[in-house]
Every structure is written in C-alpha cells, then in structure tokens.
Write a protein that binds this ligand. Structure first.
Ligand SMILES: Nc1ncnc2c1ncn2[C@@H]1O[C@H](COP(=O)(O)OP(=O)(O)OP(=O)(O)O)[C@@H](O)[C@H]1O
Length: 234
C-alpha cells in the first residue's frame, strides 16, 4: 500500500502539494488526473523518495519512504514521462538489467527478470537491440520493462503516452491492462482520461496541489468539470 499522510511540499516557497492524504491499495488501477501544474508529477515523485515531503509522511507498505529507500524503490517502480530520461544503457537488455544488478542479485536471477520483464511488454528477445534505434512506443515499453524488472508491487507512470502515435499508445495501454490483470498495481498520471478510464478502479483528480476528486470512475467523471482534464465524449 502507498499512503500519503497530510503531505505538503513547496518548490522554493511556492506550495505545490498541500495537505495531501490518500492511500492506494495493492493491485488497483488508479488514474491520477489533473491539468498542467496541478501537482501530479510532484505527487508521483514522492512515492519512491525522489522528493521528500516538507511536512507529513509517505509510507510504502507501512514504512516511511525515507527510512528505507531501497525497499520503497523495489516496491514502487517509476516510469518517467520521457523514457529517454530514465535509460542508463545503450542496449535494451543492459538497460533492463540495471535495476536488478544494483540490487546485487545473482546473474541467473537478473537474466530471469530481464526475460520476464521484456516478455511482459511484448519485447521478448530484443535484448541486443540499441535503444536509440527503437520507435517511441518500443522505448516506452522498454522503460516499463526496466521498472518491472524490479518486480514492483506498484507501477507508477507519469504521462506515459506523451509523444506516442495511436498504435504505440494502444500497445502501451494493452501492456498496462494485462499487467493490472496479473495483479500489479498501476498508478498512472494523465490529463487525458479518454481511453484509460475504462481500465481504472479509481480516479484521483488534483487541482492546485490538492486532491479535488477521488472515487470510482463513474462518480469521479461526473465531478471533473473545470479541471482541465479530457474525459470521454469531450
Ligand atoms: N523543479 C521545479 N522547480 C520549481 N517549480 C516546479 C518544479 N517542478 C514543478 N514545479 C512547479 O510545481 C507545480 C506542479 O508541477 P507538476 O509538474 O507536479 O504538475 P503536473 O500536474 O505534473 O503538471 P504537468 O501535467 O504539466 O506535468 C507547477 O506549478 C510547476 O511549475
């Protein structure tokens, strides 16, 4: 479980998160909606300690993130908005292996995880491909595989469809749908709910650093007016 307890955070004295409290159960598909600058990225970055609250606490599986960063980062896999921001190696296999290598796992276990993570994103057997030769959709899926190789309980994604054409968007969405069906929790930040809300168990919407709406999709969608979020039918 990921829990935010009265979390506030400011960039240079400008409040960005204000008294955010919420908890996200394992195995749920949760959409984090909100317009530009509403605080989605900042909230996500608190889930695995990339940012620390000025006040309040973020807990993963009951432990404050700052107390055990390694545990939080094993439990919460992060996929950034632009996959290129997260690649550390030139080839697919080396990149996906990077996280498990840093956990100090044995080679056989690392190889097993890389194979499984690439299978999960439909990139099986592509270990030797150069990342810079992949399409945008393939890069996004490799970025997701890099997070999956840590065998996280939650996969946290920040606007993963940015810059993708429709087929690529569809293929990333299909992968997320099957991961969620297999029990991985998904927390996905987006300002465009049009073809993702059918997958969600819950929508949390932010406005000005606060949680403005939180509930099951049908109820939440009815309350999103004025939040700069694209919803089905609009
Ligand atoms: N590194 C930073 N320094 C100063 N201000 C920042 C920084 N990062 C974000 N902010 C500010 O914090 C606020 C929230 O930004 P954040 O990126 O969390 O919102 P967002 O909902 O993810 O928006 P977007 O959809 O545009 O990515 C914005 O006003 C933004 O300008």
């Amino acid at each position: 479980m990921i829990e935010f307890e009265s979390v506030s955070y400011a960039f240079e004295d400008v409040p960005v998160l204000e008294n955010v409290s919420l908890s996200i159960d394992d195995g749920k598909f949760v959409l984090l909606a909100g317009g530009n600058g509403s605080g989605k990225t900042t909230l996500l970055r608190h889930c695995n300690g990339l940012l620390e609250p000025d006040s309040g606490d973020v807990l993963v599986d009951g432990t404050p993130v700052a107390e055990d960063l390694i545990a939080a980062r094993s439990s919460v896999g992060m996929v950034f908005q632009h996959p290129r921001d997260q690649f550390v190696a030139a080839t697919v296999g080396a990149d996906v292996a990077f996280g498990p290598e840093n956990l100090g796992l044995e080679r056989r276990e690392i190889d097993r995880r890389v194979t499984a993570a690439l299978e999960a994103v439909n990139m099986a057997g592509r270990e030797d491909d150069r990342i810079d030769a992949l399409s945008g959709g393939e890069q996004s899926r490799v970025a997701i595989a890099g997070a999956l190789a840590m065998e996280p309980t939650h996969l946290v994604l920040d606007e993963p469809f940015t810059g993708l054409d429709e087929p690529a968007r569809r293929s990333v969405l299909d992968r997320l749908e099957s991961l969620a069906a297999d029990g991985t929790g998904v927390l996905l930040a987006t300002h465009d709910l049009r073809d993702v809300c059918g997958l969600a168990d819950r929508i949390i919407a932010m406005r000005d650093g606060c949680v403005a709406v939180d509930g099951p999709p049908a109820a939440a969608l009815a309350e999103l007016e004025g939040l700069e979020v694209r919803v089905p039918g609009r």
